[in-house]
Design a protein around this ligand. Structure first.
Ligand code: ADP
Ligand code: UDP
Length: 239
């Protein structure tokens, strides 16, 4: 597989064309941003960890029947993925209140929900990824009703699989963000990444944050937290 020209550079990854029209190479960077790009920094080693973690988690999801864009890990930071047309929705699943949910609804972080919530934001940096409901997504023609149904069901299935996996690693899955895409035939698959950049992961015993909130909130020990969460995943695999 040949790596051709760069198609896009985002906040956390670069995307390259390949000699196959159906495949892309993503290259994970150490760059970190928060608050819609207002806060910028780097987290040493993050690109390697996010690449490897996302790939392992997507392989677990595949084993459970969830289709993903993952094809092959090419190097520490690079992965071959199926090219999709991204559905411009950020799909957020929550098990416990935190972040923007706590802020918006005036509740403390750590409120355990009876059932997971699924929410959608319009993936649009200029607008700051505004929250929207299904009717809004349909009005804006971001996806069809059938696609939204498929996405919601996958999101909830992914939550059950990942919640159980992280539990076995001694970690509470608080919330996470997913992106889905359409293949040429219209099939919806999971794309983008699943990592400590896009998930809230708390140590089950101490409640310690092992995710990007350490960067967002200047809690210190950012690199160490990424290393620790990766170690939990590797230890689980060698158990
Ligand atoms: P952002 O664009 O938010 O700054 P990244 O730095 O992670 O995010 O850039 C990666 C980009 O690639 C995102 O826009 C994401 O939607 C897109 N993407 C992820 N997976 C795929 C895929 N399989 N096919 C096409 N685009 C993808
Ligand atoms: N998230 C993300 N990208 C975004 C917004 C949120 O990956 O653009 C993730 C975030 O890491 C967290 C979950 O989605 O795990 C819920 O985030 P929230 O809505 O609380 O927003 P935040 O306060 O983190 O901006």
């Amino acid at each position: 597989m040949e790596k051709l020209e760069q198609l896009y550079e985002g906040k956390a990854k670069k995307v390259y064309r390949t000699d196959s029209p159906d495949l892309l190479i993503v290259d994970y960077k150490d760059d970190a941003t928060a608050f819609n790009g207002l806060k910028k920094g780097t987290i040493g080693g993050k690109g390697v960890i996010n690449n490897q973690m996302s790939n392992r988690l997507m392989q677990i999801l595949e084993q459970h029947g969830v289709p993903t864009h993952f094809v092959k890990e090419l190097s520490q930071r690079e992965t071959l993925v199926r090219k999709v047309r991204i559905v411009p929705l950020e799909v957020i699943v929550r098990n416990i209140s935190a972040g923007s949910f706590s802020k918006r609804y005036g509740v403390e972080e750590g409120m355990v929900f009876d059932a997971p919530t699924v929410e959608f934001s319009y993936k649009n940096d200029e607008l700051g990824d505004p929250l929207l409901n299904t009717d809004h997504a349909l009005a804006l023609k971001l996806a069809t009703a059938e696609e939204i149904d498929t996405i919601r069901n996958y999101a909830l299935q992914i939550n059950e699989i990942l919640k159980q996996f992280w539990l076995e690693c001694g970690v509470t899955l608080v919330d996470f963000k997913l992106e889905f895409g359409r293949m040429d035939d219209g099939t919806i698959i999971l794309a983008d990444e699943i990592s400590p950049d896009t998930s809230r992961l708390w140590d089950i015993k101490t409640g310690e944050k092992l995710d990007k909130d350490r960067f967002r909130r200047d809690l210190g020990g950012v690199e160490e937290a990424y290393e620790e969460i990766m170690k939990r995943l590797v230890d689980h695999e060698t158990k």
